[in-house]
Design a protein around this ligand. Structure first.
Ligand code: ADP
Ligand code: AMP
Length: 213
């Protein structure tokens, strides 16, 4: 099963993806995570991506398309995968369709997680992530048992550089202008599964697994 998790920054894509990985035993492919790892390692890709990410802008299509094209050919993707944060523009979606056609494959479901703007700002500015295992938390909505310490591995929690109010505002504008048109793109393919993304994390997981079953 090949799934796209679509939704604005802060909609809960990463949170739900981590639970869906366990449920369906398919990998999560997060272009944001891949780019952040490249920035941390200081690779050429990381150096190129960082300036866009810091401003809340999108990294050029050709760069992320190349990343995904390589990643979906890895053996662990043979039984399916979940794309989280890709595609984010119509040209990225078209490129994805093209590469899947070449692989005689296709996207089965586009899970569109819907959350209002005010809630998104609260979620993003309070987000914390584990440096070691990547687990996600929220200072108010999903706090760790001990402040700044990961419940799962004891690692240190940090706040992403782009989760400040100013960058969050540009990321939400970029989403509306460049990513929202993908709903129409995938509606014409009959693949959009709208999910109310507000409420308990486990309830939302239940809503998603229901539409995927
Ligand atoms: P995305 O991957 O879509 O950008 P995340 O999964 O990282 O979003 O979630 C953003 C923030 O919102 C995180 O701090 C997460 O803990 C929190 N969060 C996720 N789902 C919910 C929810 N249903 N209610 C409240 N907070 C949530
Ligand atoms: P995310 O972790 O999904 O919130 O992504 C963080 C940042 O990485 C975004 O604000 C972009 O700068 C960049 N990024 C991630 N995925 C993409 C993509 N598919 N296209 C362009 N830029 C991306």
């Amino acid at each position: 099963m090949n799934i796209i998790l679509l939704g604005p920054p802060g909609a809960g894509k990463g949170t739900q993806a981590k639970m869906l990985v366990d449920q369906y035993q398919i990998p999560q492919i997060s272009t944001g995570d891949i780019l952040r790892a490249a920035v941390k390692e200081g690779t050429q890709l990381g150096k190129e991506a960082k300036s866009y990410m810091d401003k809340g802008e999108l990294v050029p299509d050709s760069v992320v398309i190349g990343i995904v094209e390589e990643r979906i050919k890895e053996p662990d993707c043979a039984k399916g995968y979940m794309l989280d944060g890709f595609p984010r523009t119509v040209p990225q979606a078209e490129a994805l369709d093209g590469m899947l056609q070449n692989l005689s494959s296709m996207i089965d479901h586009v899970v569109s997680i819907e959350v209002g703007k005010e809630e998104l700002v609260k979620r993003l500015t309070g987000r914390r992530t584990c440096r070691e295992c990547g687990a996600g938390y929220h200072v108010m909505f999903d706090p760790p048992k001990t402040e700044d310490v990961c419940d799962k591995c004891g690692g240190e929690l940090y706040q992403r550089d782009d989760d400040n109010v100013e960058t969050v505002t540009s990321r939400l504008e970029v989403y509306e202008a460049q990513t929202l048109p993908l709903i129409g793109y995938y509606k014409t393919q009959g693949k959009v599964r709208p999910i109310d993304g507000v409420g308990d994390i486990k309830d939302i997981f239940g809503r998603i697994t229901q539409v995927l079953s």
